[in-house]
Each structure stands twice: as C-alpha cells, then as structure tokens.
Design a protein around this ligand. Structure first.
Ligand code: SF4
Length: 505
C-alpha cells in the first residue's frame, strides 16, 4: 500500500488544521448569539478568526493536538500491522512538520518522546467489516477538555441539582452537572459524548465514540434524541458561556448512547470536547492505500470564512502595557479590562511550576508575565519559530501559583479557565493579575509572537519548556484582579443558581 502513509499524513494534517463543516456551521451560528461587545462575543470573534487562519495557513487550530486516536475499519485479510506502522510514521512526520505537538510523555520518567510515539500512543481501535475499502477516523482531543471528562455513579448527590436517581432524569442532571463543573476550563463552548451504563472503562470509551457523530445528526432512539435536545437547550440557559466568561453559548452539541450495565452499577460517562472539535475520516483503497473519499466533509460546501472582519477589531479602550510590569500598573487593573501586552514574557506550565517550587528560576521574573502555554515550536537553523501558542488550563497550577508569584515577583499570569481562591488571595497580597487569553486560539496568539528570544528547561520537552518570547499586542482580558475580584468565582456562583432552577423533571 504505497500511498497509505501519505494518505494518513493528509488525514492528520486536515484534522489538525480544518474543522469539519458541521462544527464550522455551529460555530458560525454561535458568533451571532452573544451580545456584541461582551467578553463572550469577543472570545467568539477571536475563535472565528483563529479557525480561518488555521485553515488558510494549514496550521494547527489549537496547539494541543491531543492524543491522536484512530478508529480503523478494515476487511478481514487487511494487515492491521501495516496500518499501525503507516499511522505511526504519519504521526511522527506530522509532528516534525508542526501539525501535531509532541504530546507523548513517559508517565514514569516524565520524558517526552518528541514524536508522539510511545507506549500506547497513538491510540488505535481496530474493527473488521465486510466492505472492500478501509475506513480511518481520527479525533484530536486536547488535555484541557480531556481533564473535564467525568463519570457519575448513580444514585448520587449533585449539589445545586439535588439527587440524581437511576432514571433518564437522573442522567439529565448528571450531564448538566458536568457542563456546570467544566465551566470554561474545557474551552467552552463544548460538545459532549455521553454513555449511559456499561462499566467504568468501556463507558468512557463509548462516550468518546459519540464524538464521531456529527453535531446535526438525529439520534435514532427517540427518547435519547429528546434528551439530547433538552440538554442542549438547558445547558445553554445555565450561563457559563464561551471561555466561562458568562453568556448564552455554552454547549454546541450533546450526543448520547446507552449500553447494558450490571445490576449493581449505573454509570453516566461524559466525554467533553472543546469548540476546537477536530475529527475527520477517510476511505482508503485497500490495495494502494490512496484516499478515495473523505468522511464528515461535504464537497458541495466550500470552506467559508467565519470571521466577520480581518483581524480582531480593537475599540481603543484597551489598556496597553509593556513588560516588566510595575505593581502600580497592575493594581490599577480591574476585572473586565482588555489588556494588550507588549514586550517579553515567559511560558511556564506544569513542569516549570513544579521546578520553581524547588529551584530558583533560570531568568529574572521580577515584574514578569508568565504564560501558561505549551506551544508548538519548530527550529529552522538556529532559530525557533512559534507555530501555535494558545493558553493551557491554568487551574493545574493552583497549588503553586501564589507561592511562585510571591517568591519571584511575578506581576501577571496569562492562561485560560481561571484560577482558584488561593491564587486570588496571593495576587491580592503580592499585587498581580490573571490575564485570560482565548483558549484554543493558537494561531491568533502565535501571530502575536514577534520572536522567540530563547528557551530554558528544554529537557522538560517542547510543551513544558520555559520559552522566552517577545510579543506585540498580545490580547488578554483581566478576569482576576489584585483587589480580590474574580470573574470565574462570580460566574460559578451565578451558574450554580441557574443550575438549581433546572431540578424539575
Ligand atoms: S481548545 Fe482548549 S481544551 Fe481544546 S485542545 Fe485546545 S486548549 Fe485544550
């Protein structure tokens, strides 16, 4: 099968860079639903522009390209080993080209393999079928939304929603609770795959498999179809909104299946995917491996631009700050301010924060801004270039952030999804702010990087290293200020109240 590797490389590239038409259609619609001028509307505008840029430049929509998961259907006699080998070669090549971020980390040593290959990565599901051709589906689902997957063992108590029983209404409550619990951390608006029943492990697998359904399909089971529609309508009444900023677009899809269960068990497994809902598929000639057709694509529907204007329209009310930041400038900021950062900043996420708790930083962080980001970087000659650089979920640094701010004099933390009470108190005490970038907008932010000035701690792997960047007009929104105010805490409280109003069957 001489074309197999190149066909799978094309599948990976297209999946990472061009959202399927059903997702594009829903995101285009979402853009018109939020009130113009709100943070939610701004987030959707940036997302729309990011989707366009990724398509035009054939670049990763989001820097987190997840754990590539292939679902393969092949006739008996087709070599699964050949397909696996070709897919691994394609994954390594896509990583080398910057279409995938090196995401495969040894769980014991912490070492990143650098090419997305390693024990049980990528993930394969092989199934036989009676057709002549091979079908390969691929989903790229990043860590932020993967961390918001959840599973309920029913009956259970769901706080504002009360008790969930072993009924469809109990299932409804679990799903709404999962949406509320995710807030903006999975880069809302999101889409859900849900499995009712099965055992714990298979339930999660079946939930994720629901993400291969298109957002506009109709569940053949009328009861589940009606539950899906109800969840979509109710979840969008809770008010989490894009990025958890508050708003009307929280969920863009909900797909539910049911599987038999043990008498003693009743699980509701929820797979949360973000707006950067990257799934695609191909049909391949079983002899040559050449692509004979695309799944989820509509040849009659050309890719249309999503953004209403070129670039992000600025209002003139933005606050422009140049790093290093002073305490005075930071204390003058308040929740809701839109801030454009110019100058130098450093990336730092899980490994860097753990390191900084035990070791002095390799650079002076006094007045600095740290960016929770695991970028896609490529080296050309001696120079590194930023290929994708959206924010990662900040809450993972909650155990460390306040101490890192206090110890080293950081004035700004850029990330997404917000942080908790400990960081908020630390920011008030030390004089620092949380600056929310738009989750998944990896091209938007990569274009704000003027130059990669250097890299420290590269032994942690590309996503976890401390990258030294020079940025221009790097757009953020203050969502936690130095006066103890947090948009995230406000939205969580308001949405809990809205959730409590949905207890009725
Ligand atoms: S859009 Fe957000 S949740 Fe989705 S993969 Fe990117 S960073 Fe993760």
């Amino acid at each position: 099968m001489q074309f197999l590797t190149s066909s799978l490389l094309e599948l990976i590239t297209q999946t990472s860079t061009n959202l399927p038409p059903d997702v594009r259609a829903v995101m285009a619609q979402a853009g018109g639903l939020e009130t113009p001028g709100t943070q939610a509307a701004q987030a959707l505008e940036i997302i729309a522009g990011n989707i366009d840029t990724a398509y035009e430049d054939e670049a990763a929509i989001c820097q987190d390209t997840g754990m590539p998961t292939f679902v393969v259907h092949a006739a008996p006699g087709v070599s699964q080993l050949a397909i696996r080998k070709a897919a691994c070669e394609a994954v390594a090549e896509a990583t080398r080209r910057g279409k995938l971020r090196p995401n495969s980390v040894d769980s014991l040593t912490g070492k990143n393999s650098g090419n997305n290959l390693g024990t049980e990565t990528p993930i394969f599901h092989f199934e036989q079928w009676e057709e002549d051709e091979i079908e390969v589906k691929l989903i790229l689902k990043g860590g932020g939304c993967e961390n918001t997957n959840t599973q309920y063992s029913v009956p259970c108590d769901l706080g504002p929603l009360g008790r969930a029983d072993r009924t469809l209404d109990g299932v409804r409550k679990c799903i709404l609770h999962a949406v509320w619990k995710a807030q903006g951390q999975g880069c809302a608006p999101g889409a859900l795959g849900v499995c009712i029943g099965s055992d714990r492990a298979h339930g999660y697998e079946l939930a994720k498999a629901q993400l291969f359904r298109t957002l506009d399909d109709l569940n053949p089971n009328p009861e589940l179809a009606s539950l899906e529609a109800r969840i979509l309508e109710e979840a969008n009444r809770i008010g989490v909104g894009p990025m958890g900023f508050g708003g009307v677009v929280t969920l863009i899809g909900c797909k539910i299946t049911a599987a038999n269960r043990l008498p003693a068990c009743f699980f509701v497994s929820v797979a949360y995917d973000c707006w950067a809902f990257r799934r695609l598929g191909v049909r391949l000639d079983a002899t040559s491996g050449a692509i004979t057709g695309w799944l989820y694509r509509d040849p009659d529907r050309p890719v249309e631009k999503l953004a209403k204007s070129e670039g992000f329209p600025l209002t003139g009310r933005e606050i422009v700050l140049t790093t290093p930041l002073t305490e005075e400038a930071v204390r003058a900021l308040k929740v809701g301010d839109v801030v454009l950062i110019n100058g130098e900043m450093y990336t730092g996420r899980d490994s860097v924060h753990t390191y900084l708790m035990k070791n002095a930083p390799p650079v002076d962080l006094d007045g600095a801004v740290i960016y929770h980001c695991g970028p896609v970087m490529l080296k050309e000659g001696e120079q590194w270039f930023t290929k994708a650089a959206g924010p990662t979920t900040s809450i993972r640094e909650e155990p460390y952030q306040a101490e890192v701010i206090r110890r080293y004099g950081l004035r700004g933390v850029i990330g997404k999804g917000g942080m908790g009470a400990k960081t908020l108190a630390g920011m008030k005490e030390s004089g620092a702010v949380y600056l929310h970038a738009i989750g998944g907008a990896a091209q938007f932010y990569a274009h704000a990087v003027e130059k990669v000035l250097g890299v420290h701690l590269l032994e942690f792997g590309v996503p976890e290293a401390m990258w030294h960047l020079r940025v221009k007009d790097f757009l953020t929104i203050v969502t936690m200020d130095a006066h103890g105010n947090s948009l995230h805490a406000e939205v969580e409280k308001a949405t809990a109240e809205a959730l409590a109003g949905l207890t009725q069957a």
